[in-house]
Design a protein around this ligand. Sequence first.
Ligand SMILES: [Zn+2]
Length: 342
Amino acid sequence: MKAVQFHEHGGREVLRYEDVPTPEPGAGEVLVRIRSCGLNHFDVDLRENISRWPLELPHILGVEFAGDVAAIGEGVSGFREGQAVWVLHEIPCLECEYCLAGMDNLCLRAEMYSVQRPGGYAEYATAPARAVFPLPGPEWHDAAAAGQIVFTTAWHMLMTRAQLRAGETVVVSASGSGVGHAAVQIAKLAGAIVIATAGSDEKLERSRLDGADHVVNYGQEDVTACVLDLTGSRGADVVIEHVGGERFGACLGALRKNGRLVTCGGHAGEVVDLDIIPLFRNEWSVIGSRTGTVRETELVMDLITAGKLVPRIHAALPLSEAAEAQRIIEAREQFGKVLLRP
Ligand SMILES: [Zn+2]
């Protein structure tokens, strides 16, 4: 099969489009013909070897993908060849203490595509049958490949970690990003009032299309002051943060008493200033969050194929143009997901 892999870490020039052996499904596995693979900035981090994950070389990237069932391994039932499916990007062990407690997103022995398993920059990949889920049809390949990680991450932040309720006010930081646009849509679906913040009017216009009730350009306006103004001096119930750096403090100040801030990222600064005095006087909660559980991922994918959540897609390129696809990600030119079509 054709795949894009790298034999040594480095810049985009290390990505090679070449022939590799087609994997075969073992007992309990499904072979998937990949039709659409979503890119993440994580792909670049892995290629450059700054991800803190050790990789075996040569390596095939690609965390999230969808395709068709190409072959079915021994002992697998419930699938037919040609059936459109999506594949869980991180496969929990189902045996560790976190899996047994229903927190399989914190699994101690999870296997992630593009880290412990060869990823989706390839024509085929194998998966345990329990990690393969049906799609209504092939027209959902792109949405499934684009939506799994950002919508599951945003769902876990809002619904599970922040325990969002209808009628609450949510501030979404960097609302034009993947997680940001997902958070705006999910918060609206949950009946919240959404204040979107971003650094450009173009991004904020897209957030309005996602359903944001109010928008704040943090390049021109003070987020804390705007949120207090929009909430009658009360502050927001929930802040969704994934930027870090100076944005973190500005977002914290926008919370009401007893408000909660959930964070899942910090590419603008991983170490932030935190004034402990207002934190305890206001009883704020600062909550960490990563991707969601298997059940949450299934819920989100059902909402996507029901048309309730709409992943934004920037571009879909042929697999042979993986380097160009990563260039778009590195230049942060994209509004929405960049996809590869093997
Ligand atoms: Zn586990």
